[in-house]
Write a protein that binds this ligand. Structure first.
Ligand SMILES: Cc1ncc(C[n+]2csc(CCOP(=O)(O)OP(=O)(O)O)c2C)c(N)n1
Ligand SMILES: [Mg+2]
Length: 599
C-alpha cells in the first residue's frame, strides 16, 4: 500500500471524483492541503480576495454544467464562517459545493486555540454533512461520503473540516482501490406516472411548472419533449428558467410576485391543473396560497420525500428525480398518443400564446436619466441566445427576470432562495472558470456590486473576462420600494458628493475608478442611446484585455418595478405596452403588425 499524508489522499480523491478547479484563500491551518495541491498539480486554484467570494465562485462553477462540483477552501476560524453564506445559498438552491476548512489540532480543539471554532456545528443546518474529521485514516471515507451525499437525492453542499494534525497524519492509501460510491436517485414508478397522466388528461387547462430540479437532473430536453407530446404549456420557476427556451411556443412565461410576466401569472390563474416537476412552491413564485391554489389541482414531483406536502398538500405527490420521472412521462405519453388518448390542447395553448403576445410591459423609454426597463431591451439586442446571465437580488435582478430572455438551462444563474448581496460578481467568475468560451454577463445593482467588489481583482489576475452590467440608481432600490409600505425612505440612500469625482454628481461611488483600480476595464453610460454601443465596446475590450469589463448605466434614482403580494395583485407602476414599439424586444411581439393589446 502506498503510504502518504491523509491530505495527499484527499487531493487524489478530489481528482478521482472529477475536481479540476478550486477557489480559496490559504491560511496556516490549511497549508498542508495547499502543499498537497501544489504537489499534485492537477487542480488549478483561483485565489479569492474574500473567502465568501470563494464560496460563491464555487457555486457559480457548479451551476454552470451538469456534474460540476465547485470546491472552496479556507483556513480555520473566520474562513469557515465567511463561507457560510455560500453554503446557505447552495443548500437553499440544491447546489452541491464542497467546502474544505483547516482546523486547530485535535488535542487543542477544546482549548480555545487561535482560530479554533466549531465550524461543523455552525454549518450543520446549511449542509448535507458538516464534519470535523478527527482521525487521519478517516479522511478518505469522509471525502467519499461527501461526494456521495452531494450527488444523491436532493443535491447540496458538504463541509469537511480538517484539523492540522489530521491532514498531516500518515495513512496507507491506494487511489486505484478507490471507487466513488453509487449515487442514489429515486425514480417514479409506472403506476405513479399513469396516475399523474390520468389527472393531466382529465384537466382542461393543464400547466407544467418546471423547477431547478429539472436543471439539476440535466433533463431540459426531456421536459420539452414531454411538453410537446402532451401539448401542455410550461411555466418555469426562477430556478427552472431556461429549461424551455423563452421563444418556444409552449413557454407560457414565469409566474410569481417579482420575476414574472403579466402573461405568466394570468396563465397560471387560468389553469385548472399544475404538474410541478423539481420545484418547491417557493413563496415568491406562489404568493398567497389561497390565490395560487384556488380552483386547481396539483401534482408534485420532487426528489426529496420531505418536500412533498411541505408548502401545501398536493393532490398527488411523487418522489422521483426529475429526469427519471420525465423519462417515464415521455414513455407513457407516447403510448397514450399512439392509442389516440391524448386530448388536443391546441386551443388552450393558443390562449396562452395570445396572452404572451399581448400582456406586455413597456421597456422603450427615452428618458434621461435612463429608466431601468430600457437597459434590458438594449441587453437583449447586444447578447444572443448563448449568453450566460448571472444575477442575485434587487430591482435589477427582478427587472432582469421580467424582461431578459433565456434560451438554455444554466444560462440564467441566480442565487434564488438566499439572494445574498455580493453574490453576482464572484459567482460570475466561477461561471467563467467553468465555461471559458461563454459570453458571461453579470447583472447587479450598485449595492450588490459594491458588496464583494474586490473580487474584480481576481478576474483581472486570473484573466476571467466577463461583462458586468451595473445599473446604478444610487439606492438600495428594492428596499426603498418596500419601504413605501412604511411611508419611509430611510437608510436606503447611497448618494453622496464624491470629492474625487465630480463627474458622478451625487451618485457617490465612482465605480469606473474602482474597477480600473482593481485592474478591470469600465465604461459609464448616461443616455439610453449609448447603452448598446457601450455593450458592443465592452465585448471588444473583454476580448482584447481578457479582464472583466464593467458597463455602468446611470439610472433615474427612483423607479418602481412591477411586483405585488399576490399573483393576481401585481402592481404596475409604468404605463403598459400598447403599441409594438413600446416593447420591441418582447418575445410575443415578434409579429408586431398583428398585435392586439388587451389593455
Ligand atoms: C446580505 C444581504 N443583506 C441585505 C439584503 C436585502 N436587500 C435586498 S436587495 C437590497 C438592495 C439592493 O440594492 P442594489 O444592489 O443597488 O439593487 P437595486 O434594488 O437598487 O436595483 C437589499 C439591501 C440582502 N438581499 N442580502
Ligand atoms: Mg441600487
Amino acid at each position: 500500500m502506498p503510504r502518504m499524508k491523509a491530505i495527499q489522499a484527499a487531493v487524489q480523491i478530489l481528482q478521482r471524483e472529477g475536481v479540476r478547479h478550486a477557489f480559496g484563500v490559504p491560511g496556516a491551518a490549511i497549508n498542508p492541503f495547499y502543499a498537497a495541491l501544489r504537489e499534485s498539480g492537477a487542480i488549478t486554484h483561483v485565489l479569492a480576495r474574500h473567502v465568501e467570494g470563494a464560496s460563491h465562485m464555487a457555486e457559480g462553477y457548479t451551476r454552470t454544467a451538469a456534474g460540476n462540483i465547485g470546491v472552496c477552501v479556507g483556513t480555520s476560524g473566520p474562513a469557515g464562517t465567511d463561507m457560510l453564506t455560500g453554503l446557505y445559498s447552495a443548500a437553499a438552491d440544491s447546489i452541491p459545493i464542497l467546502c474544505i476548512t483547516g482546523q486547530a489540532p485535535v488535542a487543542r480543539l477544546h482549548k480555545e486555540d487561535f482560530q479554533a471554532v466549531d465550524i461543523a456545528a455552525i454549518a450543520k443546518p446549511v449542509t448535507k454533512l458538516a464534519m470535523t474529521v478527527l482521525e487521519s485514516a478517516q479522511v478518505p471515507g469522509a471525502f467519499q461520503q461527501a461526494f456521495h451525499l452531494m450527488r444523491s437525492g436532493r443535491p447540496g453542499p458538504v463541509l469537511l473540516d480538517l484539523p492540522f494534525d489530521v491532514q498531516l497524519g500518515e495513512i496507507d492509501f491506494d487511489i486505484d482501490a478507490y471507487e466513488p460510491l453509487p449515487v442514489h436517485r429515486p425514480a417514479a414508478t409506472r403506476i405513479q406516472i399513469e396516475k399523474a397522466l390520468d389527472m393531466l388528461e382529465a384537466a382542461e387547462r393543464p400547466l407544467i411548472v418546471a423547477g431547478g430540479g429539472v436543471v439539476n437532473a440535466d433533463a431540459a430536453d426531456l421536459l420539452v419533449e414531454f411538453a410537446e407530446l402532451v401539448g401542455v404549456p410550461v411555466v418555469p420557476t426562477l430556478m427552472g428558467w431556461g429549461t424551455i427556451p423563452d421563444d418556444h411556443r409552449l413557454m407560457a412565461g414565469m409566474a410569481g410576485l417579482q420575476t414574472s410576466q403579466r402573461y405568466g401569472n394570468a396563465t397560471l390563474l387560468a389553469s385548472d391543473l399544475v404538474l410541478g416537476i423539481g420545484n418547491r412552491w417557493a413563496n415568491r413564485h406562489t404568493g398567497g396560497l389561497e390565490v395560487y391554489r384556488r380552483g386547481r389541482r396539483f401534482v408534485h414531483v420532487d426528489i426529496e420525500p420531505t418536500q412533498i406536502g411541505r408548502v401545501f398538500p398536493p393532490d398527488l405527490g411523487i418522489v422521483s428525480d426529475a429526469g427519471l420521472a420525465l423519462q417515464r412521462f415521455v414513455e407513457v405519453a407516447r403510448e397514450r398518443q399512439a392509442a389516440g388518448r391524448l386530448p388536443d390542447r391546441g386551443a388552450w395553448a393558443e390562449e396562452c400564446t395570445e396572452r404572451k403576445r399581448t400582456m406586455l410591459r413597456r421597456t422603450h423609454f427615452d428618458d434621461v436619466p435612463v429608466k431601468p426597463q430600457r437597459v434590458y431591451e438594449e441587453m437583449i439586442k447586444a447578447f444572443g441566445k448563448e449568453v450566460r446571465y448571472v444575477s442575485t437580488i434587487g430591482l435589477s435582478q427582478i427587472a432582469g427576470g421580467q424582461f431578459l430572455h433565456v434560451y438554455r438551462p444554466r444560462h440564467w444563474i441566480n442565487a434564488g432562495q438566499a439572494g445574498p448581496l455580493g453574490w453576482t460578481l464572484p459567482a460570475a467568475l466561477g461561471v467563467c472558470v467553468a465555461d471559458p468560451e461563454a459570453t458571461v454577463v453579470a447583472l447587479s445593482g450598485d449595492y450588490d456590486f459594491q458588496f464583494l467588489i474586490e473580487e474584480l481583482a481576481v478576474g483581472a489576475q486570473f484573466n476571467l473576462p466577463y461583462i458586468h452590467v451595473l445599473v446604478n440608481n444610487s439606492y438600495l432600490g428594492l428596499i426603498r420600494q418596500a419601504q413605501r409600505a412604511f411611508d419611509i425612505d430611510y437608510c436606503v440612500q447611497l448618494s453622496f458628493d464624491n470629492v474625487n469625482s465630480p463627474e458622478v454628481g451625487n451618485y457617490g461611488v465612482d465605480h469606473v475608478k474602482v474597477a480600473e483600480g482593481l485592474g478591470c476595464k469600465a465604461l459609464r453610460v448616461k443616455e439610453p442611446g449609448e447603452i448598446l454601443p457601450a455593450l458592443e465596446q465592452a465585448k471588444k475590450l473583454m476580448a482584447e484585455h481578457r479582464v472583466p469589463v464593467v458597463v455602468e448605466v446611470i439610472l433615474e434614482r427612483v423607479t418602481n418595478i412591477s411586483m405585488g403580494t399576490e399573483i393576481d395583485g401585481v402592481v404596475e407602476f409604468e404605463e403598459l405596452a400598447t403599441r409594438g414599439e413600446h416593447a420591441p424586444t418582447a418575445l410575443g411581439a415578434l409579429n408586431l403588425d398583428q398585435m392586439q393589446f388587451l389593455d
